[in-house]
Ligand binder design. Structure first.
Ligand code: CUA
Length: 333
């Protein structure tokens, strides 16, 4: 029997190689410095040992040159590590605008995935190779952590907020997904797979599912069921702000501060409407806490995003998603 124990997982994402280089550099630096220091310690122990009973050591004068050398070199090395690490971090944690969007809801003890076109999956995520993918995650209960070693990707999934990450898979295949935060009895069973497919296979896979319609169209139905539509009318005659074209825009709040409308702000406004009321409106919206599950929340948000670009005066690209005229049409691609 042959046992294959890989030194590290596959490098299957666009930045896996860079993460590995940084890690290899840190390991190398640790070994070199550690080794060097150990050798010098032993050498000095022998060289400067006490040779006679009554020996009195000479006084040591300081050396400015030496001081400067051992200050400047470590400074350059540590700043190098900082710049290298920070630039990689920025690249990894800023999702590009044109990415394919996937929504994740974690719960004890499973991963639930929603695709924009309406496909839902549990513990299995299908994505195309060579395409940037943005993942927006939240949890129904405790903290979990989304971990795909082959992508060098790990991010905490925290209750009450959205965390996002992005990656681009570079190699078709099946990769392990783990929960990397102890979350209760079956934490170790909270695992799954990421299936990276060729684009044509992925299209075929997409076409096979989605009986329920797109995420945005489910959100649109919910928007009517929950009667959001009675106040958030698109003709600006309602008691709440017009939501068309709102996503990604800046709004002014009652207290004069400004913010950009993103997923987290929409979520907060649905659950805790009084927190940040838009200037010119009254704080009359009831909370939907307990009435909207995390998955429905994502549907509502997908809907509000989908009615983004269409509004008059709204510049295209202000919203992340292509818009159907009413949001009922499933987004393209
Ligand atoms: Cu979820 Cu550990």
């Amino acid at each position: 029997m042959q046992v294959n124990v890989p030194f590290s997982p596959d490098q299957a994402s666009s930045y896996a190689g860079q993460v590995d280089s940084l890690y290899a550099f840190l390991c190398l630096l640790t070994f070199v410095l550690g080794g060097l220091i150990s050798i010098v310690i032993v050498y000095f122990e022998v060289k400067y040992r006490r040779k006679k009973e009554d020996e009195i050591p000479q006084a040591v004068e300081g050396s400015m040159r030496l001081e400067i050398v051992w200050t400047v070199i470590p400074f350059i090395i540590s700043m190098g590590i900082f710049v290298w690490g920070a630039s990689l971090y920025y690249a990894m944690y800023r999702p590009p605008a044109e990415a394919l969007e996937i929504y994740v809801v974690a719960k004890q003890w499973m991963w639930k995935f929603q695709h924009l076109d309406g496909q839902r999956e549990i513990n299995e995520l299908h994505i195309p190779v060579g395409r940037k993918v943005k993942v927006t995650m939240t949890t129904e209960d405790v903290i979990h952590s989304f971990y795909v070693p082959a992508f060098r990707l790990k991010m905490d999934v925290v209750p009450g907020k959205y965390s996002t990450l992005w990656f681009e898979a570079t190699k078709p295949g099946r990769y392990h997904l783990f929960c990397a935060e102890y979350c209760g009895t079956s934490h170790s069973g909270m695992i799954g797979w990421v299936d990276v497919m060729e684009p044509s296979e992925y299209q075929a896979w997409l076409a096979g599912g989605a009986a329920e319609g797109s995420l945005a169209s489910s959100g649109s139905k919910l928007f009517q069921q929950l009667a959001c539509i009675t106040c958030h009318r698109s003709d600006a005659q309602g008691r709440g702000p017009v939501l068309d074209g709102l996503f990604g825009k800046e709004v002014q709040l009652q207290d004069g501060s400004r913010l950009i409308v993103d997923e987290s702000y929409l979520r907060e406004s649905i659950l805790n409407p009084r927190a940040k009321v838009v200037a010119g409106f009254q704080s009359i919206m009831p909370t939907f806490q307990g009435q909207v599950s995390e998955e429905q929340m994502l549907q509502l948000i997908a809907y509000i995003k989908s009615i983004g670009a269409k509004s008059p005066g709204g510049e295209p690209g202000a919203a992340a998603q292509p818009a159907g005229a009413t949001g009922i049409k499933p987004p393209q691609q």
